[in-house]
Structures are given as structure tokens and as C-alpha cells.
Design a binder for this molecule. Structure first.
Ligand SMILES: Nc1ncnc2c1ncn2[C@@H]1O[C@H](COP(=O)(O)OP(=O)(O)OP(=O)(O)O)[C@@H](O)[C@H]1O
Ligand SMILES: [Mg+2]
Length: 333
């Protein structure tokens, strides 16, 4: 039987995520959270006004297979206001996924800080849903069971979790597919399941890592419109990573351009296109959209070219492709 299998990395990330979520539900954690006044301990949810994200001096170093330190992110400063839709663009390997991982609390910075709702992130970030870069549905579970997993982890009864999952599947246009398995769906349908699984907990923070990257242009447009409609209903703070600058501008309030590795924030653009935006396919012809696109692309193009030049550098170049030697500034690892 053909399954839509997870890569090892995605499976490990997803398992680590749910393990941490499960651990984070201890009574002590709930009590501490309640005492801090930043969480709703009953559901593990975060109040919308506490969903602002602030990265300051965020630096992340990894150990390479050769045993040397590689600086993936350096001195990243970024602010996402509660309820703001922030899109992040930057060349491949500049640390976009790494940034999301640290906002989610799945990994720790080497230096600098990640704060959510004014509190440093020390464990899994409550009230957060994470749509991973690759399909992260569990292939052995039905569509319904995949979507119901979130509420079950939040201690809903099976009946309530399934009822909620059915409702969200209806919202994303998949009523009637509850008993299918992921391999029986198209790529676009699987993304809808992932979106339902991300939204079912009504997150106040939504982290999306190239969620529609693998979709065809038409399906991507449909999913983008759907996402905007759903975001507008509950207004979580969103960090949306994409390689598609048009998609970033059409969706976001703020577009952040990152530099080639080591990734840092190069420029931030406020997107002053009015909301509701209407169809993303049409807004791209608006004069203001074209103006913003032109400006942001100028900034992004340089970084994409720099990153590309590195990957095509001579094999005897002392800096291995994508891993340039980086002078460290005494960060802790
Ligand atoms: N666990 C790890 N160990 C070592 N290096 C890592 C690890 N995770 C990421 N890196 C390195 O950090 C850099 C940034 O990786 P990251 O996945 O964040 O990039 P990205 O911007 O999301 O790229 P893409 O657009 O291709 O998804 C890359 O050079 C990658 O090789
Ligand atoms: Mg990535």
C-alpha cells in the first residue's frame, strides 16, 4: 500500500512537538502559567493580547558534521504584534525554519532571546500551532483522526474532539473525506487537512513554514484566500514563511526580508494594502501592490543572488557551499 510517508526529520519534529505539548500539560506547568497570568490554564490557550512575538539579538549556531560551529542566524531582531500577519522571505538556508522552531519553543537560541507575550520562551510555546514545511500528517491515521489529535492533546473527550474535527473539515471543504487516509488525498487536500489540524485549537500564534509551497498555482491561490478568510475570523499572530514574494505581499501586514546565511533581518516592509484584501489573484495587479513588489524584490534579489553564488562557487573554495566561515561574536552555543 502506498503511504504518504513523513521524512525522518519531519516525523521526529512532529513527535518532539507533541511530546513536549503533552509534557507541558502537567499540573505544575498549568499552575505556573495561571500564576503568570499569561495563559488560560484550562485549555492551554494564550490570550490574544499576549500573542505578540519579539526576537532580539537571536543567534543560533549548529554543529556541522565536520564538528565545527556554523552560525545559521545572527542577531535577528523582529517584532510581530498580537494579531499581526507577518510574512518572512529570504534565500534558501537563511534560517527561516530555524527561526520558527525557536518561536515554537522546539529549540533554544545560542544567544539573544525569544519572547512571546513579553515572557521568554522556555518550553513549548502555549497557544501555538505549527504547520511544518513538509506534509506532517500521520499516514496511518484517518483524516478525522489526524485533525482530532490537537483537541485530544488538550484533553478534550474523543467525542468532542471528533465533533470539532468534523466541523473544521467542513470549514476547509473536506466534508465527506473524514475516513480517508492521507495517501488517498491530493496534495492540495492534504494541505487543507494540515490547515484544519493547525486551526482546530484556535491558536493565538500560527507558525506556517512554506505551507503552500508544493501546490500548483490555482490551488495555492484558493488556499491563500481560505487562509485569509479564516485568519480574519480569529486573528492569530502569524509568521508565514514563503519563497513566493507575491504570496507574502498579498497575505501579510508586514514582510520581512532576511539576508543570505547567516540569516538576519535585512529589511521590514509594512504592507498598507487595505483589508479585506479580496482575491489574492487579483490584488497583484493593483498599482500599490506592484510598487511594493518592486521595492521588496530589489532587497530580496541581492540576497538570493548572494546565496546562489555561494552554491555555485568553485569546489576548492575554502568556504563550503551554504556554510561560509562566520566570525563569531562570543555567543554561547
Ligand atoms: N539541526 C541542524 N544541525 C546543523 N545545521 C542545521 C540544523 N538545522 C538547520 N541547519 C542549518 O541551518 C541553516 C538554516 O536552515 P533552515 O532550515 O532554517 O533554512 P531555511 O531558511 O528554512 O531554508 P529553506 O528555505 O531551504 O527551507 C542551513 O544551512 C542548515 O543546513
Ligand atoms: Mg525552511
Amino acid at each position: 500500500m502506498k503511504y504518504n510517508t513523513l521524512s525522518d526529520g519531519e516525523f521526529r519534529a512532529r513527535r518532539a512537538y507533541f511530546t513536549k505539548v503533552a509534557r507541558g500539560r502537567s499540573a505544575a506547568a498549568a499552575a505556573a502559567a495561571a500564576a503568570s497570568g499569561h495563559l488560560d490554564p484550562g485549555s492551554g490557550r494564550r490570550r490574544k493580547e499576549d500573542a505578540g512575538i519579539e526576537l532580539s539579538g537571536l543567534t543560533k549556531r549548529f554543529l556541522t558534521p565536520a564538528g565545527t560551529a556554523f552560525t545559521a542566524l545572527r542577531d535577528v531582531d523582529l517584532m510581530v504584534r498580537p494579531g499581526q500577519f507577518c510574512a518572512v522571505v529570504g534565500p534558501t538556508g537563511c534560517g527561516k525554519s530555524t527561526t520558527l522552531t525557536m518561536v515554537a519553543g522546539l529549540d533554544r537560541p545560542s544567544a539573544g532571546s525569544v519572547q512571546v507575550g513579553g515572557q521568554p520562551v522556555t518550553g513549548i510555546t502555549s497557544g501555538t500551532s505549527f504547520m511544518f514545511q513538509a506534509d506532517a500528517l500521520l499516514p496511518w491515521k484517518t483524516v478525522l483522526a489526524n485533525v482530532a489529535m490537537g483537541p485530544l492533546f488538550h484533553r478534550a473527550t474523543k467525542k468532542a474532539a471528533q465533533a470539532s474535527a468534523r466541523e473544521w473539515l467542513r470549514v476547509v471543504g473536506l466534508a465527506g473525506f473524514e475516513d480517508h487516509h492521507p495517501h488517498q488525498l491530493s496534495g492540495g487536500m492534504r494541505k487543507r487537512v494540515s490547515l484544519a489540524a493547525a486551526l482546530i485549537n484556535e491558536p493565538s500564534i500560527l507558525l506556517m513554514d512554506e505551507p503552500f509551497g508544493a501546490l500548483d498555482v490555482q490551488t495555492k491561490a484558493i488556499m491563500s484566500n481560505e487562509l485569509l478568510r479564516l485568519w480574519d475570523q480569529t486573528r492569530p499572530s502569524v509568521i508565514f514563511v514563503t519563497h513566493d514574494l507575491e504570496e507574502a505581499i498579498a497575505l501579510a501586514d508586514q514582510v520581512v526580508v532576511m539576508t543570505a546565511a547567516p540569516g538576519t533581518v535585512k529589511s521590514v516592509y509594512e504592507i498598507d494594502l487595505p483589508r479585506p484584501r479580496g482575491a489574492v489573484q487579483e490584488i497583484r495587479f493593483e498599482p500599490r501592490f506592484l510598487e511594493l513588489h518592486h521595492q521588496i524584490w530589489e532587497s530580496l534579489r541581492e540576497e538570493v543572488e548572494r546565496a546562489y553564488a555561494r552554491t555555485t562557487s568553485a569546489p576548492d573554495d575554502p568556504a563550503p557551499a551554504g556554510h561560509p566561515p562566520v566570525p563569531d561574536k562570543g555567543e554561547r552555543s
